[in-house]
Design a protein around this ligand. Structure first.
Ligand code: MN
Length: 237
């Protein structure tokens, strides 16, 4: 969260100091079931203030350190409750904990994606997609502007709290834009999200209040297309 970190990133061309190198994966490849770093709050690859003026530092700090941590805590609590249910063979709350599992898992995965696919305005990668990703966007949406129009409209109109997402859909090898409500409703089975914007009010309200559309318009300045391209290539296998 300091100039030191930023200069390290520029010099070394790496993700944040101390953070695992992820390649095309959202999470470290060494992740193992239970107790692994999957349950650690991932470090941001930039400082809380570095997305200014698009996203303010206080929003970033609260969103990352409290909201995202809360989803990780909720995921762990749900998994512990389900383990206890198995041990006691008491499944009276199975519906409740299954819903919590899906909600908090979605929160952890989507926020991890959200942080990784942003970068400071005017930094490397924020100029728009290139290469095979740009070609695929043109192929599947007609043009980048058409893609952006659909994605922005999806983001503006998510009912309540949720996300707009760009998925790679392996069933027919194409990109699709979808909405998610909360963190998990409207899931696209088998599809892999490679870009997402959080449109819960906690993501923008301090700076934009009820002007969600202004937040969505400004957010395009901080999309890290280099990272989106890595996730796209990884999703294609
Ligand atoms: Mn959020």
């Amino acid at each position: 969260m300091t100039l030191d970190r930023r200069s390290f990133i520029r010099t070394a061309g790496l993700a944040a100091a101390g953070a695992p190198l992820l390649g095309g994966s959202l999470f470290a490849q060494s992740a193992e079931p239970s107790g692994s770093d999957f349950y650690e709050l991932p470090e941001l690859p930039y400082g809380y203030a570095d997305l200014e003026p698009v996203i303010d530092a206080q929003t970033m700090e609260i969103h990352h350190s409290r909201h995202h941590q809360g989803y990780i805590n909720g995921l762990k609590a749900a998994e512990e409750a389900l383990a206890a249910a198995r041990a006691s063979e008491d499944y009276g709350l199975i519906q409740h904990w299954s819903r919590k599992l899906s909600f908090h898992f979605g929160g952890h995965v989507l926020h991890t994606l959200f942080w990784q696919t942003m970068a400071p305005p005017d930094s490397s990668g924020t100029g728009g997609p290139s290469g095979e990703l740009a070609t695929a966007i043109d192929r599947d949406f007609g043009s980048f502007d058409a893609f952006r129009g659909q994605f922005s409209a999806a983001a503006r109109t998510v009912e309540g709290s949720g996300w707009a997402l760009l998925h790679y859909r392996p069933q027919d090898n194409r990109l699709v834009v979808a909405q998610a409500e909360k963190q998990h409703d409207l899931a696209m089975w088998g599809a892999t999200p490679i870009l997402g914007i959080d449109v819960w009010e906690h993501a923008y309200y301090l700076r934009y209040q009820n002007r969600r559309a202004d937040y969505v318009d400004a957010w395009w300045q901080v999309v890290n297309w280099n990272r989106v391209a890595e996730l796209y290539q990884s999703a294609r296998g």
